[in-house]
Each structure stands twice: as structure tokens, then as C-alpha cells.
Design a protein around this ligand. Sequence first.
Ligand SMILES: NC(=O)c1ccc[n+]([C@@H]2O[C@H](COP(=O)([O-])OP(=O)(O)OC[C@H]3O[C@@H](n4cnc5c(N)ncnc54)[C@H](OP(=O)(O)O)[C@@H]3O)[C@@H](O)[C@H]2O)c1
Length: 331
Amino acid sequence: MKLPKIFKDKDADLNLIKNKTIGIIGFGNQGRAQALNLSDSGIGVKVGLREGSSNWQSAVESGLKCESIQDLVGNCELISLLIPDQIMGEVYSKLIAPHLTEGQTLLFSHGYNIHYKMIQPPEFINVIMAAPSGSGSEVRKQFKLGKGIPGLIAVHQDFSGNSFELALSYSKAIGLARMGVFESTFKEETETDLFGEQMILTGGIPKLIQSAYKVLLEANYNPVTAWFVCYYELKTIVDMFHSKGFEFMNNAISDTAEYGGITRGNRIIDEQVQNEMRIALKEIQSGKFHKEWMKESESGYPNLKNMRKEEKQNPIEKISKHLLKELCENK
Ligand SMILES: NC(=O)c1ccc[n+]([C@@H]2O[C@H](COP(=O)([O-])OP(=O)(O)OC[C@H]3O[C@@H](n4cnc5c(N)ncnc54)[C@H](OP(=O)(O)O)[C@@H]3O)[C@@H](O)[C@H]2O)c1
């Protein structure tokens, strides 16, 4: 199998973006982290926020210049869009598109709006992506430790002829190229990112934990003991295979755990589950999930609000808060 090239700091030229005026729209999870990392890398960076933004003061207190989104678009050569995906199209149409000029670069950290055509940029700009493989807090934390997290870069539209190098340069400035970046496409990044979230990261794993905990409680086991096996011990296992692979994990656990895990794991995650995964992937590829999510967003998140309430009532939520507090206090 031929693996794609991993681009590192040595492959990237920081001067490419050092010579440009950089604007970050949004000062939330990614906006804050990327703006501060850029600034620490010696890049002149401004933050663009909507009027009355609760984050304006926080950005200024962090030493960053702030201005309105419209002004930022008028004043910057590279504009990084770091606001929620479901409102990005609307903000783009109203505040960004009318102010774009030839040769500017729009940078995304997720391909969603370009892939689903919520944003259709003019042909006289570059459209690139630098997508960190992790949360904004991790982007910032690892950068401050002198490390970084990996990421994907992609070019959707290359007006200037050096868009790939620009994406690489930006990745270096926010710390991604310290670990390594891979070339992808907006389509691939969007579809795989949504699939990974739904099947594993924010869907499959939390739901597996909640279900297993429920089953142990139904069988009258002690909630604390059930919580330890279903919730707390996950981190030790993830840490093991995350750094060294599943074989290392299997060598580090007991033979009993290995045998029971593989036999029963194959029963739980069976062909039916895999078929559901295939259906979910098709919903992402066809745009069905996107349409559903936009409808939810446009109608004020009625289902999401209900589901948030339900999630708070999940039995594991209460005990997690209690035990995590107890365990941390006793550290
Ligand atoms: N979250 C992650 O860990 C992560 C990881 C990888 C990639 N990404 C990508 O990074 C991008 C940003 O995600 P995020 O999680 O960082 O977003 P976020 O934290 O939810 O963004 C918050 C910022 O967006 C601004 N904002 C919200 N609604 C707005 C509106 N209607 N008009 C103007 N500004 C508005 C907020 O403004 P105020 O300051 O006024 O409140 C705030 O500054 C997305 O494309 C996402 O897919 C995120």
C-alpha cells in the first residue's frame, strides 16, 4: 500500500504567510487557538467578529486586534473562517462575499460549506483548507508544549498558483506540520470527518458506553463499579492503542480480556451494525444528512434542544460528574 506523503515543518515556508495580512473570523474553539498560535509564530493576525460579540474583549485581552467581519475581509489577504459550519454560508453571503477582491485566500478548517455548496466562491480567489485532527483546545495546548497535532490540507481553487504552499505555510504556523499534514480534498475531508464523528467519536463510543452502563444497572450492579468499567477505564485503553496500535494493546491486557473482547466484540459490532454504518455513510455522501442538519439549524434546533435535555438525564451523566469531581479533588 502506497501511503501519502507526510508534510513536516521542513517542507513549509513560513514566510509565505508572514508576508500576508491574516484575518481569523470567529474567536471560539478553533478561532482562538489558531489566532494565538499564528501570533506566537510571529504572524500579524487580526480577529473579525460580529457586532456585540462576547468574545471581543477576550481577543483584545489576548493581545489581538479586533474589527468587524466586513472590515477584516477588506483588510486581509488570507481569511480563515472559524465560525460554526451551519451558519457559515449565511455569514459568507452577507458579510464576506461582497468585500472579496482578486487574489485573496479563503481558508477553511473543515470542507463542509464548500463541499455542500453552501459557499460558492468567485473564481478570482484561492480556496484552501487546513483542518486540524482535533479540538481547538488541543491545537493550542500542544502548540504551547512545543508540539502540535496533525491535520489535513487541501486546495479547492488555486488562483495564485501557490495555494498548496500557502496551506502548508499556514499549517506550519498553527503547529500542524510539527506532527505532520497529509494532502486530502474538500470532499474526502468532509465525508470522512462526518462519518468518523457519527460512527465513532461523538456517536458510537458515547452510545456504546451509555448502553453498557444501562445493562449493568438493569442487572443491579453497583453504579460505581459499572461506571469504572464502562466509562473510566476507556482512557487507559485508548491511550494504549492510540500510541502503539491494537497489537500493543492486546499484548498489554490479559489473555482473558483479549479473548473475551474479540469474541464478544465481533458479536456486538456485527454485520447489522456495519450495514447501519453503510447507510449513514450514504446519507453523508448523498447530502441527506446535510439537508436534515440545515433544516434543524434553520428551524432553531428543536430536536437538538430536546436531545440535549435527554442526554443530561442519562443515568451515567450524574454519576460521571460526581465521581470525576471526587477523583480530581483527591488527586
Ligand atoms: N471545534 C473543533 O474542535 C473543530 C475541529 C476541527 C475543525 N473545526 C472547524 O472549525 C470551524 C469553526 O468551528 P468552531 O467549533 O471553532 O466554532 P465555534 O467555536 O462554535 O465558533 C464560535 C465563533 O463563531 C462566532 N459566530 C457564531 N455565530 C455567528 C454568526 N451568526 N455570525 C458571526 N459570527 C458567529 C462566535 O461569535 P461570538 O464571538 O460573537 O459569539 C464565535 O466567535 C468549523 O468549520 C469547524 O468544522 C472545528
